[in-house]
Unconditional design. Structure first.
Length: 495
């Protein structure tokens, strides 16, 4: 299968989590099929085949079958089998979208396969010399063949010049559950996007500011080697009830490309303040904005971690790469969590963690001690949430450093966690020795404890990065604690 084809299959799978519903008939229907329908595997085909067969009375009849074909090469080849000569005249047509698309397929047998019913008109004008008839038929056949060959050659030449169209997404009218636009619209969005400038580079892709219908959007273009992260991110954004004010707003996903290259795209809301990491380099926070910003991150994480029961419920999700570069700052100073390439979901019915099918590891500097010590049980979903809470503690610490308690109060320059304890590009071993063996954590200066909101946040930080995971606060607990400080009257100065 070509790259484009594979990406298309992946995209469809990520967006819908299922294949296409097709009409089926008789033996092509699976056992217990409902309403004569079957469902393809993601990326599979619906087909209709017509075949000229001889019935029990010895008469030629046209037999129609419909059903599902697999997404792989064998399905593809069967769709193309009309071009292969068969004993019985046969034709097949396939489609990939939308559901039940094969209801409108009408494969046509090659003209010569039809034995026209005798019509008196035609007969009266037919010449009486059989040799002439045979000659004319041969000539006609030759002509048809030459024309078909010409058309085929032309099509091929045109196809070689034309860039492939964007991936066909299932044309459902509503995305139903996921957080993006309806799937049909997602496809249109990608076509209408104009890239403006590159605004960020992560490990897994490049993020661009782009325009869509006059509005600014962010487009994350994944490196071709990072197909798994792209796939995972779409899957996570398509999760039921993902939309939340403190989670990056997902708009659409698509693929773009020509024959020789393919780009995997993720289109989201654009936040001009960039990441929290960028923001903290230049911005000093007053105590109130410090706590309200921290509250917004805890709200986003609490929503992510939460499972909502019911048929339209939301599975719990752990992020696994919480850090200031993966948190964005909105215009109103609130934050949104981004970059779900490494996230895992908890499948409650099966009591199972659906581990991301990629080998990507989190960011060393933010790895929890149990991750560094290789003691995290990947089958235990709670363990992933607790590791997120450790990383959140470090992010909150980065924010505390950039808080000025008063107009003329001193403020530290931005620093990443453990900046004094490990080299600038720490190895896994550097981190393991500092965090696990020596049990070190970034400093919490006494000065921070002098003003109420920052003192409260510092206490939260210490409880988040506890060496013993079950002792750490949960995201909901952090949210509730901070809410109390937001509701409190103007921050009391203790100095
Ligand atoms: P990666 O998976 O490559 O780490 P991210 O999604 O973390 O990609 O994005 C990389 C960087 O791009 C972020 O740290 C941030 O600076 C910038 N960025 C990402 N998304 C947006 C957005 N929606 N608006 C503004 N900047 C963004
Ligand atoms: Mg990132």
């Amino acid at each position: 299968m070509s790259d484009m084809c594979r990406y298309r299959t992946l995209l469809k799978k990520a967006l819908t989590g299922r294949g296409t519903i097709c009409e089926c008939s008789g033996v092509t229907c699976p056992d217990g099929a409902e309403n004569s329908t079957c469902v393809t595997e993601p990326g599979g085909y619906c087909f209709v085949a017509v075949e000229m067969v001889i019935d029990e009375r010895g008469e030629e009849v046209l037999e129609r079958t419909a059903g599902c074909l697999p997404p792989d090469e064998s399905g593809f080849m069967q769709c193309k089998s009309s071009q292969v000569p068969t004993i019985n005249p046969k034709a097949i047509d396939c489609c990939m979208e939308p559901d039940l698309c094969n209801r409108r397929l009408e494969p046509r047998l090659p003209e010569e396969a039809w034995s026209e019913p005798d019509s008196p008109d035609v007969r009266s004008h037919a010449p009486n010399h059989p040799e002439l008839l045979v000659g004319a038929a041969l000539l006609l056949l030759l002509l048809t063949f030459a024309v078909a060959l010409l058309v085929l050659l032309r099509r091929r030449r045109r196809a070689a010049k034309r860039p492939p169209s964007p991936a066909p997404l299932p044309a459902e009218l509503s995305s139903g559950s996921g957080s993006g636009l309806p799937l049909l619209v997602q496809r249109t969005v990608a076509k209408q996007i104009q890239m403006v400038e590159s605004i960020g580079k992560g490990r897994y892709g490049e993020v661009w500011l782009a325009r869509w219908r006059g509005e600014r959007v962010a487009v994350k273009v994944f490196f071709t080697t990072e197909e798994a992260s792209w796939f995972r991110e779409i899957e996570i954004y398509q999760t039921v009830l993902m939309r939340h004010e403190n989670i990056l707003g997902f708009i659409a996903a698509d693929i773009k490309g020509t024959g020789s290259w393919t780009q995997m795209l993720l289109i989201t809301d654009y936040y001009e303040n960039g990441s929290l990491y960028d923001y903290l380099q230049t911005t000093v926070l007053d105590p109130h904005s410090l706590v309200s910003m921290a509250y917004s991150i805890a709200s986003g994480l609490a929503h992510l971690h939460m499972d909502i029961f019911g048929t339209k419920g939301k599975p719990a999700i752990a992020h696994r790469d919480i850090k200031s570069k993966n948190i964005l700052v909105k215009r109103n100073g609130q934050c949104a969590i981004a970059d779900f390439g490494l996230a895992v979901r908890y499948v409650a019915e099966r009591n199972e963690v659906d581990i991301a099918p990629n080998t990507r590891a989190g960011t060393r500097r933010y790895m929890a001690p149990e991750v560094l010590a290789d003691r995290l049980d990947p089958g235990d979903f709670e363990a992933f949430k607790m590791a997120d809470m450790y990383s959140l503690g470090l992010v909150l610490w980065e924010m505390c450093r950039r808080c000025a308690a008063g107009e003329r109060a001193p403020v530290d320059a931005y620093a990443p966690p453990y900046h004094e304890l490990v080299p600038p590009e720490p190895t896994f071993e550097d981190m393991r020795v500092a965090v696990v063996e020596r049990g070190l954590r970034p400093p919490l200066p006494a000065r921070w404890l002098q003003s109420a909101p920052r003192a409260a946040l510092a206490a939260v930080v210490a409880e988040c990065w506890h060496a013993n995971p079950p002792v750490r606060l949960s995201a909901v607990r952090v949210k509730k604690t901070l809410a109390r400080h937001l509701a409190a009257p103007a921050p009391a100065k203790l100095v």
